[in-house]
Design a protein around this ligand. Sequence first.
Ligand code: ARG
Length: 592
Amino acid sequence: MASVTSLTAHVHQRLAAALTAALPAAGADTDVDPLLRRSDRADFQANGILALAKKVRANPRELASSVVERVVSGDVIKGIEVSGPGFLNITITDRAIVENLAQRATDPVARLGVPYAENPGTTVIDYAQPNVAKEMHVGHLRSAVIGDALVQILEFVGETVVRRHHIGDWGTQFGMLIQYLIEHPHELDHKDSEVSGEEAMSNLNRLYKASRTLFDSDEAFKTRARRRVVDLQAGDPETLALWQKFVDESKIYFFSVFDKLDMDIRDPDIVGESGYNDMLNETCRLLEESGVAVRSEGALCVFFDDIKGPDGNPVPLIVKKSDGGYGYAATDLSAIRDRVFNLKANTLLYVVDARQSLHFRMVFETARRAGWLNGDTKAVQLAFGTVLGKDGKPFKTREGETVRLVDLLDEAIDRATAVVREKDTQGQLSEEEIAERGAQVGIGAVKYADLSTSASRDYKFDLDQMVSLNGDTSVYLQYAYARIQSILRKAGSAEPAAHPELELADAERALGLHIDRFAETLAEAAAEYAPHKLTAYLYQLAALYTSFYDKCPVLKADTPAQVENRLFLCDITARTLHQGMALLGIRTPERL
Ligand code: ARG
């Protein structure tokens, strides 16, 4: 047994069957969705009968009654009754709730009974794509955090995921950098293991500034730098070797940031812009031969009826510049060919800033015209919004510069460490533990804040709010988890065990029915690329657990069986929280 049918799915099936039976006149193609929802009045409410009755010209209350007559109840459905103009209110037996949870708890593959998707495909996720020789900023944070969560969520529901980090590792700026390094040869002479991420970035910053200054002030250097670009593009081995030094130095920095972000980024998945150099020529040839791209003022362009500039003139996608150079678009078009034809992807997902939406619209449409994307393959940009400062404006330092990602992360960790220290009133944690928890809480807070609003929206980066113990924060969830672990530790010889024969309190039912929806939530989050649905679910889980904990004594419950059953509810809540948070890339420390 690997997957468990949720109570929602079970009730849905029964209602749909009863509906079909009650509607002999309806054709086989009639959609008999009972539109089942969790409800406060009963456990579930079905609202679909009204629309169906209208469709088949039946009286909704009569139709509802004949459904009630046909629904088999007793084992899972405790009661079903017509309400209002033709709604159905359904209550579930306590036994079914506990039995269902017990099945999830014993899932031998530790998936809490979550089924695998029926028709999984291959999705290439393009995320966490910083630029070589440049500092990472909050935009890169969003792509990394959202992308990583989607990788985990999609893999968990059974999709084959290929990760691609499309780093910016190519372009004319390398001419200047490489030329400078040739003329100042010992600047990057060290073993990789000898420098920290911070040092690597500061080396790159230094080289960038020095070469820029020279480039802007010294005509002869400028000419040499430009010639170096030509050498680089021609694949001159010495030039490439120096270029590689910059890439390697940057990777030291990238990996240090990803490490701080507690994120598993693997080197083979880093296929930057340069990785498609061999394809650029052919990409342009195919586009030109098929007539998708045309020559315009010396450049190779693709035009769109509906994309015009402020002056009303069409804005083309330039795939090859008039000087023969290739840009960002040619690379992305080549990457599409690689992902569709070599990696055999059905879905291409790009976790990229909304400010690049026009680029992707044009690139996707071009690929469609060229036949590289079609009905079997789709491309989606998950366009995320901007990170704003507390003032509601795009996040900048007081000096008006973009904020360095590492500084933000360090500050989050500092704040969280203070919170952990403060909460540890009994002084139970060692300094080392406080530092470790501080990092887990701080990074969790940053990730959670990013994931808990729908990606397309802007959000305010507000550390005070992010590490607050009350409210929709990861810290709140982490404390709920740690609290459960502490109860389980205190239980002594009492073990969690399901007792389906017991009657449940309302708070227990509400908690159980919510846990039942874990798989559906994941399926939705995966299908809609919406990690915020998972955060909302987990937040509610923690809230329901809190009210259960307030109302239902666990270790002091009336009978040993009830103690065990409540410990069982604690345990499965904790496991669901842990699993959900893990999919979001957030740790759940055992003690806080
Ligand atoms: N490196 C780019 C940036 O920092 C993001 C790359 C997005 N991915 C892509 N396939 N174009 O803005």
